[in-house]
Write a protein that binds this ligand. Structure first.
Ligand SMILES: Nc1nc2c(ncn2[C@@H]2O[C@H](COP(=O)(O)OP(=O)(O)OP(=O)(O)O)[C@@H](O)[C@H]2O)c(=O)[nH]1
Ligand SMILES: [Mg+2]
Length: 217
């Protein structure tokens, strides 16, 4: 009985996510769902990506947090349209929450919409919101065992960004091990090593993203 209730919730969300996706597809709007543990660097990545690509494309952001509007305010400072969702305790965003923000955006004026999920390495991976694909960030301070311990998020993501590589001299972490452990869970992962602090690796990520946007347009 318990299992069927959970299945019903996921099936209901899948339907709403599919409807969201149909709206995005009609507008040729690429959407990705950005996930990580708290503080791995999601908002920092978006700030850097918006600035790097501002002459090439228009990007909107939906920010998901349990509480506060600080992330949406950070995005708004870059000039990009940003909407904050406060889940009031829920550990992930779902299709309905995303749909409730649609009236805030002019999708015709956007090339890319990013959904920054609630910081959490577990629940966001279980719920679709209508995205083309999921992207996750793991920072080098979190440990090489995370792919094995939290496999669903690695499994569901198309891209893994290994962030904070500027801190590698100070932490006991091997990026090679992170790569190996992540690819064991998901051999199709595209992996970029980046630092949102120094900017290292961000060109390769932005070039990849431009290619995805072009392909959808
Ligand atoms: N040294 C270093 N610090 C970073 C890097 N990227 C982000 N930070 C710092 O990490 C902290 C968290 O960054 P955020 O971008 O707010 O992380 P987040 O994933 O959006 O956090 P939540 O939304 O709260 O889950 C901030 O103090 C950032 O300045 C990096 O590449 N190197
Ligand atoms: Mg954030």
């Amino acid at each position: 009985m318990k299992v069927s209730v959970v299945k019903n919730i996921l099936a209901a969300n899948d339907r709403i996510a599919q409807e969201n996706r149909a709206i995005f597809d009609e507008k040729n709007l690429l959407v990705f769902n950005l996930m990580s543990s708290p503080g791995a660097g999601k908002t920092s990545l978006l700030e850097k990506t918006i600035v790097a690509l501002k002459d090439h494309l228009n990007m909107g952001v939906i920010e998901g947090d349990i509480q506060s509007s600080q992330d949406a305010e950070r995005i708004a400072e870059t000039g990009a349209p940003a909407v904050q969702i406060n889940t009031g305790g829920a550990c992930h965003l779902d299709g309905n929450m995303i749909r409730d923000t649609f009236h805030e955006f002019d999708f015709d004026a956007l090339d890319l919409l990013v959904v920054e999920n609630v910081g959490n390495l577990v629940c966001p991976a279980e719920f679709k919101v209508g995205e083309d694909f999921k992207v996750m960030i793991l920072s080098v301070t979190e440990g090489e065992d995370k792919p094995a311990k939290y496999p669903l998020m690695f499994h569901e993501s198309k891209v893994l960004l290994v962030n904070k590589i500027d801190l590698l001299p100070y932490v006991d972490c091997s990026v090679e091990r992170i790569r190996e452990e992540s690819l064991k869970v998901n051999p199709d992962l595209t992996i970029f090593e980046i630092s949102c602090k120094t900017g290292e690796g961000l060109d390769a990520w932005c070039d990849w993203l431009k290619g995805e946007i072009k392909a959808k347009a």
